[in-house]
Design a protein around this ligand. Structure first.
Ligand code: FAD
Length: 557
């Protein structure tokens, strides 16, 4: 009779080789797998559950819509009957009345997102991966990844019936909060500021907000935290409360989850009123809601995507978007690593920088948002009033880090207008905005759009700001990283990609030569017609460089 290890060996199938293995079939895994398959690679995705499966996180951001278009699923998503989401409505800050803001105020191209049933939404994305040629294996849990040899990584998976070992040149870990590789390699660092827990359930028959806000997410601050209400199809509402993890955990040791959920919701005046005639559909669930990052996002033969890499507080509904956008970058990264080995290390740095930049933007905004609710003295709000800027970072620098040097839009704008953000921060923002405005007005006078070759700017002499650097770095091109030029400065520490032409122009600015002189030099030898075509774009680039603080000042020739 075969012993246990013999029978395990018998059920272990022959090893199989792939170019890429993706762990996890959530939005991050499905999107990365789809894009890699589209590049022509052999991609296998292992998902431990069988879809459709339950998942929290129903509220999307408009920034995800172009990615869904790229993935080729937007028509199916529009046809699925999800609730169009035009903005957010909040009770937060000094104003006890709900206030709304709408994506259209800052995003004319994509004025809405959707509130989605995650089981259906995630299933659409996973099926789409299969349609694009990804081998999708549901009900297969990855239990080990070994990078022991120099060759392909060995991935052990277990399903109900057997265990298998597969090999792949690259592993994309999109295993969500369970963070398979981050745990195996001990990479995860928790963020002390955002240690929350959430309790949530689904209700039928809840009242919606009045039009035009009926599809909005509704967020309400209350004594011990904040609540969400997300209107879903079929008259269902996702409702949750977010509280301090320590405090909530202590409470949940003394009372039932039911009682706790009920007690917290009872403190939310308006959400309670919305739920007055509603029927709860499920027992409430508890989910740990701690923010974290991984010390490394890219390693030898692996890359982390979505929640497997990092997670930020759900206040701004950013999770699915970060998963999708990191998947786009990760697919570009793996494509480049496979095709252009010289890009492997520098592109890994750029992937990390771009992902962390987005992560920190949402993080700084969430910290600021928490700090700007001064209506309650409870532990939750007191602990979160500490702004997260250290003494050696000025409010101006904190602002630049938070909004990546751009004028505040969307949520950032709302925090400033509606919340009670610390005065020095608000002043920092006002100063940056006024300076940008002044520079833009000044530039408008120097460019003649009708007759660019007569623009007064041609006779002005630009000088670069201190610390401007033009570097050759990988930038995201058509589905992969490629070498390009990136300009960084004190106002754009994270750098911005520019065309080679603009980079060359910047490198020639010496504080001595006029724009006419610089352009003559730059465009020397080009036919007159081409020079005339390039001129307006180059003058506009100089204008933007000045508004952004890369050009410090101008003087007359
Ligand atoms: C309380 C709360 C509220 C939230 N609200 C929102 C919101 O309103 N909007 C929003 O955008 N985001 C929200 N989020 C965040 C959002 O849910 C996640 O950021 C998003 O789902 C991340 O996608 P992902 O693909 O990285 O991971 P996931 O969607 O979690 O997918 C990971 C997949 O990997 C699979 N998996 C895990 N381990 C293994 C393994 N070993 N082998 C095989 N498969 C495995 C899992 O089964 C899962 O299907 C919220 C999060 C929390 C905690």
């Amino acid at each position: 009779m075969a012993n246990t290890s013999d029978s395990q060996a018998a059920s272990r199938l022959d090893s199989q080789s792939h170019t890429v293995i993706v762990i996890g079939g959530g939005p991050g895994g499905s999107a990365a797998a789809t894009l890699l398959a589209r590049q022509g690679f052999d991609v296998t995705l292992f998902e431990r559950e069988v879809f459709p499966r339950e998942h929290v996180g129903e509220s999307l951001l408009p920034a995800s819509i172009p990615i869904l278009e790229t993935l080729g699923v937007i028509d199916e998503i529009e046809a699925a009957g999800f609730t169009p989401k035009f903005g957010a409505t909040m009770v937060w800050g000094r104003d006890p009345q709900p206030w709304s803001w709408h994506f259209a105020e800052t995003n004319a191209t994509y004025p809405n997102a959707y509130q989605v049933w995650r089981p259906t939404f995630d299933h659409i994305l996973l099926r789409n991966a299969a349609t694009h040629g990804v081998t999708v294996r549901e009900g297969c849990r990855v239990t080990d990844v070994s990078f022991d040899t120099d060759g392909p990584a060995a991935v052990t998976i277990e399903s109900e019936s057997n265990a298998e070992v597969h090999h792949a040149d690259w592993i994309v870990d999109a295993s969500g909060q369970s963070g398979f590789l981050a745990r195996q390699l001990d990479l995860r660092t928790h963020d002390d500021f955002f240690r929350n827990l959430a309790v949530y359930s689904y209700f039928r028959g809840a009242k919606r907000l009045p039009e035009p806000d009926a599809g909005n997410i509704f967020i309400e601050a209350f004594e011990h935290g904040w609540s969400w209400a997300i209107p879903l199809p079929d008259d269902v509402m996702s409702v949750g409360v977010v509280v301090d993890a320590q405090w909530g955990g202590d409470q949940l040791r003394t009372i039932s989850t039911d009682q706790f959920f009920h007690d917290q919701l009872a403190q939310t005046g308006r959400t309670t009123a919305m739920l007055a005639d509603a029927e709860r559909l499920d027992p409430p669930r508890i989910i740990r809601d701690w923010s974290y990052t991984a010390q490394r996002l890219v390693g030898d033969r692996f890359i982390l995507v979505g929640d497997a890499a990092c997670f930020i507080d759900p206040l701004f509904s950013s999770g699915v978007h970060l998963a999708l956008s990191s998947a786009v970058l990760a697919s570009a990264y793996v494509t480049s690593a496979l095709r252009h080995p010289d890009l492997r290390h520098p592109a890994a740095e750029v992937y990390t920088q771009l992902y962390m930049q987005q992560y920190h933007q949402f993080r700084e905004m969430a910290a600021l948002f928490y700090a700007s609710n001064r209506t309650s003295d409870s532990y939750f709000w007191e602990a979160r009033r500490i702004t997260q800027t250290t003494d050696d970072v000025s409010p101006r620098e904190a602002f630049i880090a938070a909004v990546a040097g751009q004028p505040p839009q969307g949520y950032e704008r709302v925090v400033l207008e509606r919340g009670e953000a610390p005065a020095d921060f608000v002043e920092g923002v006002a100063e940056v905005e006024a300076e940008r405005q002044r520079r833009d007005t000044e530039m408008a006078r120097l460019i003649d759009n009708a007759w660019p070759n007569r623009s007064p700017m041609l006779d002005a002499v630009p000088t670069l700001a201190d610390g401007v650097d033009v570097a050759r770095k990988p930038v995201v091109g058509d589905g992969q990283f490629e070498w390009g030029a990136v300009i960084s400065s004190a106002t754009r520490p994270q750098g911005a990609p520019v065309s080679t032409l603009v980079a060359t122009l910047v490198l020639r600015i010496d504080g001595q030569r006029s724009v006419r002189h610089l352009l003559d030099d730059l465009l020397d030898g080009l036919p007159e017609q081409q020079t005339a075509q390039l001129l307006p774009g180059l003058l506009t680039a100089l204008r933007i460089l000045y508004v952004d603080g890369i050009i410090a000042h101008w003087r007359s020739a």
